[in-house]
Structures are given as structure tokens and as C-alpha cells.
Ligand binder design. Structure first.
Ligand code: SAM
Length: 270
């Protein structure tokens, strides 16, 4: 039976076995891992995941797909949660589903594109509990995720992604690989979470991410003007930039993750 894809849920299904294998292979071959999938759809990736790993938990909003998933994936190591992923408490979910403290957790999703940013930021919030995420995103989002400072696509998402993870643009997936065919091409990006920068901020990372977001609110303006919007004090902003060795006339897109961290730290001690 042909499933009617629902636009409101961002449903674009994949079915090419070679592509499915190529995506799933990005999760290391350790049977013991816990896999969480966002948006299993009709189970294209899920079927292979269930064969390869000890435990697969999938979160799907579309009620009409649940009986299909139960029928096709009637396996003890598979659990389906019929819920909006944006209402999931990932921290509790992972704690409850992990079979032992050492078990590695992987997140995988052919993303519903209408909530890509929300899913990314929610993933970042629990990045210390996840080893690696494999995400299918729009190609443009993939280029943002991996962009370096002064590159065309560099924005607050690039800084956030760099802060939390070692990122890799794995490969492009042409739009004709999906049913229905979307407007744009996609790409698979992998995020291997690290604490390279996190240690520097002593748990203030969410505050840091919202600071970077505010700075990028006016990406055409100078860093001095953007910082002054936050401090409400131009002299203080000049002093902090001087202390951080960042030129006042740079734009938000010219500043690296490390420089943002130093800027944030210098702002915090004022
Ligand atoms: N994994 C399948 C595949 O690769 O063919 C389907 C991918 S499709 C692009 C996105 C999936 O996410 C759909 O199954 C859709 O119903 C589901 N979805 C959309 N919004 C969701 C939400 N808020 N919470 C959970 N799942 C959602």
C-alpha cells in the first residue's frame, strides 16, 4: 500500500537500499549501542537499525504511521514513541532507555525540515549524553553547520555546532532520492560531540549560545554595535573588545568560536 506523505509533517521518504546502508554505516559497528531515531516515517532507516543494534527507540508524531511501524518492526529491541519530538525530555529518555552507564547513544534522523533548528538546539542541550548524531538536513543547512568564520554561510548555528561538535559534511543526497521530491537537495552531516570548548564555560553554555544568537541579530552591523546592544554601554563594549583583541569594525561573521568564548567570558566578569 502506497503511503500518502503529509506535507505538514515534513514527510519526504527515502527507499534506496544503497543510500539507507550508507547512512546507517556512519554509526560505528557496536551492537550494544542505543539508537534514537527522530521521525522513522515508514521505517526506511529503522528496519536496518533494528537489525544492527541492541536497542532502537523511535519518536514519530504521525499517529497513522504507528500501526505500520508496529507491523513491520515487531521486534523486542524496538520501541516507538508516538509524540512530538519537541515535547520529548531527551535527558530523561536517554537515562531511562540506557541499559548501562557505558552504553553509547547515537541519534539519527532524516529530519522533518520544518523543525531542523529546534531539533539541532535540543540535541546540543543533551550533547554530553550523546556520542554522535547523523542528520539528513537541507544542503544549505549542512553548509551552515560546517562553515568556518568569514565563510559565506557562517552564522550563529555554525558557532553553536562548532561549540558542541566535531562536524563532518558526509555526502550530498540529491532531491530525486526522496518521495515526494522536495524543492532542494539535502546532505548528511555527522556531529561527534566533544567538550573541547564546554569546559571553558563552567556550565554556562546555554547562556553563551543565546549571547551568540543576539550578536548575530544584526549581522550587517559591526561587532561593536552588536555588543553595545547587549551592554548598553559603548565604552564598556570597546574595552571588552580591546581586552579580547577583536577589532571593533569586524562583523559577527568574522569572529571564530574561540573568540566568541573569550568575548563572552570577558563580558561575564564585568
Ligand atoms: N525516516 C523516514 C525516511 O527516511 O524515509 C522519514 C523521514 S521524513 C523526512 C520526517 C519524519 O519525521 C516523518 O515521518 C514525520 O512524520 C516525522 N515528524 C515530523 N514532525 C515530527 C515531530 N514534531 N516529532 C516527531 N516526528 C516528526
Amino acid at each position: 500500500m502506497e503511503i500518502q506523505a503529509k506535507k505538514k509533517f515534513g514527510q519526504n521518504f527515502i527507499s534506496d537500499p544503497t543510500l539507507i546502508k550508507k547512512i546507517v554505516t556512519l554509526i560505528p559497528e557496536n551492537k550494544n549501542s542505543l539508537i534514537i531515531e527522530i521521525g522513522p516515517g515508514t521505517g526506511a532507516l529503522t528496519k536496518l537499525l533494528v537489525q544492527k543494534f541492541d536497542k532502537v527507540v523511535a519518536i514519530e508524531i504521525d499517529e497513522s504511521l504507528i500501526p505500520i511501524l508496529h507491523r513491520d518492526l515487531n521486534s523486542e529491541n524496538f520501541k516507538i514513541i508516538n509524540q512530538d519530538v519537541l515535547t520529548i525530555d531527551f535527558k530523561s529518555l536517554i537515562e531511562n532507555e540506557k541499559q548501562n552507564p557505558e552504553q553509547e547513544v547515537y541519534l539519527i534522523s532524516n529530519m522533518p525540515y520544518y523543525i531542523t533548528s529546534e531539533i539541532l538546539f535540543r540535541t546540543f542541550d543533551v550533547s554530553d549524553q550523546i556520542k554522535k548524531a547523523i542528520f539528513m538536513v537541507q544542503k544549505e543547512v549542512a553548509t551552515r553547520l560546517i562553515a568556518k568564520e568569514s565563510g559565506n554561510n557562517y552564522n550563529n548555528l555554525s558557532v553553536a555546532a562548532d561549540f558542541y561538535a566535531d562536524k563532518k559534511y558526509e555526502f550530498t543526497v540529491l532531491k530525486n532520492k526522496f518521495k515526494p521530491v522536495p524543492k532542494v537537495d539535502s546532505a548528511i552531516v555527522s556531529l561527534t560531540f566533544w567538550d573541547k570548548y564546554k569546559q571553558e564555560l563552567n556550565g554556562n553554555d546555554q547562556e553563551f549560545i543565546s549571547f551568540v544568537r543576539k550578536i548575530f541579530n544584526n549581522r550587517r552591523k559591526t561587532i561593536l554595535n552588536n555588543l553595545t546592544n547587549i551592554t548598553n554601554n559603548k565604552d564598556l563594549s570597546k574595552a571588552i573588545l580591546g581586552q579580547t583583541k577583536i577589532a571593533e569594525n569586524l562583523r559577527p561573521e568574522n569572529i571564530s568560536t574561540n573568540q566568541y568564548i573569550q568575548l563572552f567570558k570577558n563580558l561575564k566578569v564585568q
